[in-house]
Design a protein around this ligand. Structure first.
Ligand code: SAM
Length: 244
């Protein structure tokens, strides 16, 4: 990595503070994010982990972005991160919220291996990683067993809801970190949400402030009000060809 730990700490502190995340800054968290950055950039060629390689952009668009959802999660919660890829939001959340337990799932074995090894190297004992397709895994004992399902940049909302909501307990929530079409996707997903046991979906606009830039990252929050009917999720070909 082309910055020293001291330079990283100063940049990290500045960006997290600008985004109202000062309470998450400590010697331990910054140290863990420094190690994570070093490892991610070192392994990037082998695993194709991130297109973002500038340190300030990694801190803003990966770490602050994922840390913003920490305030939506209750103490001691269980979380499944569907389509974790290179560990987002899994790894930043696990660093800033040692009280929560996260199961990271992805269908790509090499990304899950990277997440497993990274969690070990960073001593993140609150992360478990699984290679699986979400629609298969939610038909195991993990069905309706999590307080939250998170997903960032995985699929269009009707598809994503069928992948995520079956994992969530009644009374829990799905947190979908979406792009600029979020409001439009939400208006088209109302029927799917209701069929899968979800209610009261809202789209919050989360502001991310960087050096000389401001972005809005929509977060869709869906309450799990009823059990998901046994017919869902369907096989992936059906989910994607005929979204609910
Ligand atoms: N969440 C990460 C992030 O924000 O950087 C990764 C996003 S990446 C664009 C989408 C990931 O979702 C890929 O790693 C892909 O393998 C995974 N994925 C897509 N559909 C899936 C499914 N049905 N079950 C498990 N993983 C899935």
């Amino acid at each position: 990595m082309n910055v020293t730990e001291q330079e990283f700490t100063s940049l990290f502190t500045k960006i997290f503070s600008m985004n109202g995340l000062s309470s998450l800054i400590s010697k331990d968290t910054v140290g863990a994010f420094y190690k994570l950055t070093d490892r991610m950039l070192t392994e990037n060629e082998k695993y194709n982990l991130t297109a973002i390689t500038d340190i300030d952009k990694i801190i803003l668009n990966h770490y602050a972005d994922c840390a913003m959802i920490a305030s939506k999660i209750k103490k001691g919660a269980s979380i499944i991160d569907v389509g974790c890829g290179a560990g987002f939001p899994t790894l930043p959340l696990a660093i800033v919220r040692p009280d929560v337990k996260i199961t990271a799932v992805d269908s790509t074995a090499k990304r899950v291996n990277y997440v497993t090894e990274t969690a070990e190297q960073l001593s993140l004992l609150n992360v478990t990683s699984v290679v699986a397709r979400a629609e298969d895994l939610s038909r195991t004992e993990l069905r309706e067993s999590f307080d939250y399902a998170t997903a960032r940049a995985v699929a269009e909302l009707r598809v994503l809801t069928e992948l995520c909501l079956p994992f969530v307990k009644k009374g829990g929530k799905m947190l979908a970190m979406k792009g600029k079409n979020a409001e439009f996707e939400l208006s088209g997903a109302k029927r799917a949400i209701s069929m899968l046991g979800g209610r009261g979906a809202v789209c919050e606009q989360i502001k991310l402030v960087g050096v000389g830039q401001e972005q809005t990252h929509p977060l869709i929050i869906i309450d799990k009000a009823e059990k998901t009917p046994a017919a869902y999720p369907r096989p992936y070909a059906q989910i994607s060809k005929k979204p609910l």
